[in-house]
Design a protein around this ligand. Sequence first.
Ligand code: SF4
Length: 185
Amino acid sequence: MDQMMDIRQEIKQNMEALGIYECGFVNASEISVSPLVRTLCEKNACGAYGKTWACPPGVGTIEECLERLHSKTTAFVFSTRHELEDSYDFEGMTEGKKAHDAMVPGVVAFFKSRVKGPLLVLSTEGCRRCKTCTYPDAPCRFPESLQPSIESYGVEVNVLAQKAGIRYHNGKNTVTYHSAILFDE
Ligand code: SF4
């Protein structure tokens, strides 16, 4: 419990330096998954479905994903907020996502330096680490570095954000991105 208290306090003190807009903690056992989210993945709007080990179906069934989520005690959920020119500002959305993705490694490093045991990091996208992914013919080259999207695990981000006490949306002409780090107290 002491470690948990330390992390809560430390994160609060370092939020701005880490580039986090909002954050909160959720008991991992309270996280649920929905087959509906997988149905959305299958529509392949992002073009990543079935392309890497970080996306469905390579990431595993939602039952396997839920088991992995529940194998940890706690989820740290955090967000970044980005201004857009208008609701059609796709360039702004892309830039916001890039900025979010660039921020996540610092938060992961923060947890790695303070928490024992492996982390389960869920972020915003399919994996683009290798020029050519091994999926589905051979195992992932860097399984320990995978950061599948929250949605790929079947988790509804709006529900997770609500449980963490943070906002899913942050108003007109903004875009908000979320990530989660699951760890053991
Ligand atoms: S690390 Fe490489 S092999 Fe593994 S999922 Fe990403 S692109 Fe594919």
